[in-house]
Design a protein around this ligand. Structure first.
Ligand SMILES: Cc1ncc(COP(=O)(O)O)c(C=O)c1O
Length: 383
């Protein structure tokens, strides 16, 4: 969770410069003279695209908005079905509901991501897209999933809220499917407080998404903004210069954050590997993970409950599993009528895995004694 851990002088400097250099202009468009032609949102988008190897990217107000825009860019709406996985954050399903499409959830497997076998079972003639989630920073099995979707002509959206910087082979997560979405909320690796980014494989979808997030504005250079051209209605999900200033500072720190994450996760997993009754989450071959969290799978839920309580008692927090499971597991989302109407919210296979999991957050500023402290707690006998 390092984004907020490293907020400091550079973020302050970039924020101040909005006022000292750019006349306090907070809007992504216009006011060229007053802002001395400095466009921070656009600079952040360009920098992000360059860093994560995407030709077409634009920012937005949140990761949830990014998902909604992604669906709009693909023309998804009423009468369509969009498949995602049952272990994600409510936002993924909410975005599908907001688009007017019907959400469908698959089971997860031991990677804690979308189960490709169950995906095949859930596809029907109405399925237009899937949203595959790289949950808690580990890549979904996109190579298998891509083959399935390509055969059926189904779009792939990658919800990369947790997977920024991680790769499958040489490709950054988010850039493998048709559209990728990112979140910069306060708990994410790169944070702007609230915010998000969308990356597109094709220019046509980028143009559609960019316009849709800005009331349909095409930003036609032939006209002033008040006479701008449009082809469809849209919404307002524009990022502000304040968020972008923080984003630019965070982007500069990203490589260091990412490497530190990986180093710290390794330190914990190296000691925990010595405990033979612990199992770890599977990840696809040739993938790196964002090292946001280390998920341990216990033999049964009683052990998971016992050790998560013990960790907490000793000052070690957990992350989502088990404490925030009801916000991240569709089994508990009977408040979403659209989801409940289409399928039974049982997800027995996934529940059998998730109830045995404990997730440890990986911090940027990790105290030296943490790995051994965790080892001692998890290797002690259950009483
Ligand atoms: C998997 C997933 N998707 C989407 C989001 C939504 O991101 P935001 O909080 O920026 O709206 C989150 C937030 O935690 C998430 O975990």
């Amino acid at each position: 969770m390092p984004g907020f851990e490293v907020i400091g002088n550079l973020e302050k400097k970039y924020l101040n410069e909005i006022f000292t250099k750019s006349g306090g202009v907070l809007f992504r468009h216009g006011f060229e003279k007053l802002r001395k032609n400095i466009f921070r949102v656009k600079k952040f988008e360009k920098g992000f695209g360059k860093h994560f190897n995407s030709k077409y990217s634009h920012s937005t107000t949140s990761g949830t908005a990014a998902l909604r825009i992604a669906l709009a860019s693909l023309g998804i709406g009423k009468g369509d079905e969009v498949i995602t996985q049952c272990f994600t954050f409510v936002a993924t399903v909410e975005a599908i509901i907001e688009s007017g499409a019907t959400p469908v959830c698959t089971e997860i497997d031991k990677s804690l991501n979308m189960c490709p076998k169950d995906l095949i079972k859930k596809i029907n003639s109405k399925t237009k897209a899937i949203i595959v989630v790289h949950m808690l920073g580990v890549a979904a099995d996109l190579e298998k999933i891509k083959k399935i979707c390509n055969k059926k002509n189904i779009f792939i959206i990658e919800d990369t809220a947790w997977g920024i910087g991680a790769k499958i082979r040489k490709n950054y997560l988010g850039t493998i499917g048709d559209v990728g979405t990112f979140s910069f909320d306060h708990a994410k690796t790169l944070t702007t407080g609230e915010g998000g980014m969308i990356v597109y494989k094709r220019k046509k979808m980028y143009n559609k998404g960019l316009a849709w997030h800005d009331h349909g504005h095409e930003n036609n250079p032939k006209f002033p903004r008040y006479e701008d051209t449009r082809k469809s209605s849209g919404f307002n999900f524009r990022m502000s210069e304040l968020q972008a200033a923080v984003g630019l500072a965070q982007l500069k720190k990203f490589n260091k954050i990412f490497k530190t994450h990986q180093k710290n996760k390794k330190k914990i997993s190296n000691v925990l590997k010595k405990i033979d009754y612990l199992e770890f989450r599977e990840k696809p071959k040739n993938s790196t993970d964002a090292s946001e969290a280390l998920v341990i799978i216990f033999k049964n839920s009683k052990l998971a409950k016992f050790y998560s309580k013990k960790l907490k008692m000793n000052g070690i927090n957990t992350k989502i599993l088990p404490e925030a499971l009801t916000w991240h597991f569709a089994k508990y989302w009977s408040h979403m009528r659209e989801l409940k109407k289409r399928q039974k919210l049982t997800f027995n296979t996934s529940h059998n895995i998730l109830k045995r999991c404990v997730s440890l957050p990986i911090m940027y500023k990790m105290e030296k004694q943490i790995p051994i402290k965790i080892y001692k707690i998890l290797s002690s006998k259950m009483k």
